[in-house]
Design a protein around this ligand. Structure first.
Ligand code: NAD
Ligand code: UDP
Ligand code: UDP
Length: 336
């Protein structure tokens, strides 16, 4: 018959030699701050195809505009609390609002994103045999009683507080990752990220570095939440992205702390921003929010030993890079 005279349909296997070293990578939350920098780095490798799934709650297409239309790039409007059926080799699972203002805005949605969203991405990883990396957080240590925090510390977290949707949500996400690893043999990686800053942070996102830079550029007082002696350690985003890629490519499941061990009080941070950006502005102490951790500094011994990773960009070098981006977006002065 006629059909038997047709040439055989091309089988995907016939092309497997050609494609074998290509890697199809899903980045959930890829339209956000860290995710879009990660996408930039992954797209630099011509062997990578990158798919971003994002619901644009705190992210935006603008962060990815240089890749839209690129043949190795695909952007899907998708909420990770719904199942996702695609074929990929690796999953970087970042989807989750990271700023306290946004994750407290709809706490039930935040915990669903952490729990159901992570479950769905694990189900996807299991079905297609993909390696999956979760971006967990230093918030799993809560208000830590051990300082600096090593990965072996179990944390001091309020289970019923206003931050719990985020920090307990991430703790459950970590549990799910390890249960899928033990029960189904999934290849997992967990990064515990400490405060990260850099270009493309939402200008009004409420986190301290973006607040201070925007305030300094607008000539407003820098709002240090009391007492101002609480500490954080700030990692520049390019360093963080290096750490995520090394962790994904390495052989250790983690959890591994990724952060910059340089520790500053919020008053010191305000003084540094004032000095570097606008010496005219005042620093004022304002009321704090509940359950604010008093200190936070990563112990990065494990990342150094297992990944050969440590941050390169100092706070005084990273702040001016972020200032340029904020000046441009706020329309204050020219981008250099
Ligand atoms: P971000 O808010 O800029 O990015 C989060 C992205 O996830 C956004 O694009 C948002 O639209 C998307 N998203 C949120 N809920 C979603 C859902 N239900 N479905 C699909 N997409 C969803 O935050 P970020 O700073 O880039 O953080 C990225 C990840 O890193 C988060 O998992 C966060 O918990 C983690 N992390 C960040 C920091 C930090 O300092 N920035 C610190 C620790 C951990
Ligand atoms: N899932 C998904 N994409 C897939 C496979 C699974 O989103 O490709 C979701 C699925 O809807 C389920 C979750 O992942 O809610 C967990 O899947 P798993 O197969 O581990 O568990 P089960 O479906 O048996 O509950
Ligand atoms: N903070 C501040 N002024 C601000 C915003 C935040 O002093 O305008 C403080 C806040 O009280 C906390 C620290 O900065 O001690 C870091 O807060 P952020 O929301 O950036 O991150 P997280 O609490 O998640 O570490």
């Amino acid at each position: 018959n006629a059909a038997s005279k047709q040439p055989p349909l091309p089988s995907p296997l016939r092309f497997s030699k050609f494609f074998q070293s290509n890697m199809r990578i899903l980045v959930t939350g890829g339209a956000g701050f860290i995710g879009s920098h990660l996408v930039d780095r992954l797209m630099e490798n011509e062997k990578n195809e990158v798919i971003v799934a994002d619901n644009y709650f705190t992210g935006s297409k603008d962060n990815l505009k240089k890749w839209i239309g690129h043949p190795r790039f695909e952007l899907i409007r998708h909420d990770v609390t719904e199942p996702l059926l695609i074929e990929v080799d690796q999953i970087y699972h970042l989807a989750c609002p990271a700023s306290p203002i946004f994750y407290k805005y709809n706490p039930v949605k935040t915990i669903k994103t952490n729990v159901i969203g992570t479950l769905n991405m694990l189900g996807l990883a299991k079905r297609v045999g993909a390696r999956i990396l979760l971006t967990s957080t230093s918030e799993v240590y809560g208000d830590p009683l051990v300082h600096p925090q090593p990965e072996s510390y179990w944390g001091n977290v309020n289970p019923i507080g206003v931050r719990s949707c985020y920090d307990e949500g991430k703790r459950v996400a970590e549990t799910l990752m390890f249960d899928y690893h033990r029960q189904h043999g999934l290849e997992i990686r967990i990064a515990r990220i400490f405060n990260t800053y850099g270009p493309r942070m939402n200008i009004d996102d409420g986190r301290v570095v973006s607040n201070f830079i925007a305030q300094a550029l607008r000539g407003e007082s820098l709002t240090v939440q009391s007492p101002g002696t609480q500490t954080r350690s700030f990692c520049y985003v390019s360093d963080l992205v290096d750490g995520l890629i090394l962790l994904m490519g390495g052989s250790d499941t983690g959890p591994i702390n990724l952060g910059n061990p340089g520790e500053f009080t919020m008053l010191e941070l305000a003084e540094t921003v004032k000095e570097l950006i606008n010496p005219e502005v005042e620093i004022k102490i304002v009321e704090n929010t509940p359950d604010d951790p008093r200190q936070r500094k990563p112990d990065i011994t494990k990342a150094k030993e297992l990944l050969g990773w440590e941050p390169q960009v100092k706070l005084r070098e990273g702040l001016p890079l972020m200032e340029q981006d904020f000046r441009f977006r706020l329309g204050v002065g020219k981008k250099i």
